[in-house]
Design a binder for this molecule. Sequence first.
Ligand SMILES: [Zn+2]
Length: 411
Amino acid sequence: MPCLSIDADRLIGRIQDLGRIGRGENGKLTRLAASDADKAGRDRLVDSMREAGLELRCDRVGNLFGVWREADVADLAPILVGSHIDTVIDAGVYDGCAGVLAGLEAIETLRGSGFKPARPIAVAAFTNEEGVRFAPDMLGSLAYVGGLTVEDALATIATDGAALGAELARIGYAGSDAPGFLRPHAYVELHIEQGPVLDREGLAIGAVEGVQGISWRRVTIEGVANHAGTTPMTMRRDAGRAAAQVIAHLHDHVAGSNAPSVATVGCIAFEPNAINVIPSRARFTVDLRDPDERRLRRMEAALDGFLDRLAVAEGVSIAVERLARFEPVAFDPRIVALIEDVAKRRGLTSKRMTLGAGHDAQMLARICPAAMIFVPSVGGISHNPNEFTRVADLAAGADVLLDVVTRLAGA
Ligand SMILES: [Zn+2]
């Protein structure tokens, strides 16, 4: 089979075109979910999906789909590609939009080539991925996989007081399909990296293996306040010193582990917080992340054990609250390997990566084999008008997406 390639001019043209929609008088790009600007962006996407000859579908939470469904394979589970087109405030033009429009580009290229898919192929734009106007983020894809009921999703209240259901109806994107109506055979999402790794290492493609698990805790250490001048060092019950030992221990334990684990104490407060008083209380957060659930549990257990020993050694009491806990998500190893393989066949460099930020693909992974393709972000800048991905990098990523879809939808 001759090597097909996407139309890079058409792709970048559409990204720039969509990026002109939702600019305020100050020229800043803001297309918050279910806003007037989002409606205008959706209308443009719908026009492009129609031009590409796709069947348009919209589900009850506003997730938008363009479906290529040949009659002889119409009933089979589709290959789904996509991302989101809602943005943060004062956004760049690539985050999300690059994935939706690269997906559309891949489908349009395949249709134009005479390719006969063995199953339908569809492109999705999920509602409220960014979570700026409505919480939680990734709301549309969460509802799509059954993690949030339609009723709860539509009752979600925006930061400006409006309900999502009413806003979707107002902008004309309250569809009739039940979320999940297309049960994908597989889901593949292209996204800009939003981090510096590919750009810094001069690599073309990230084959994303999964999402880090996250454990957030708040630790409160109670000691005894006392005079900084008159209390001998051996007679102190110093909450501040105990907290410092936790920070140092976390760093040494994690940095010395040889695993991709990370640990951060990002927030700390002492009481009474005075220059001449030994702290009676230290309260701080711990953020632990790891792509492997068993290792994340071991990190949590190791921290608990350290805190128990520390309480005895320092004569302090220690309380731990769990603030948030998300298990890691593993993407489909066959699709990850396929991404690497097609990149290699095109002479592109690639690297396996783990997600540090949330994406719709982690929701879709609950219902079907899923994976992501990253393309470089110059300087790792994102959620910022200076977000930039080179045309050649975008085109290379879209070609990889095209090849992956071709293989997944092949006979
Ligand atoms: Zn995004």
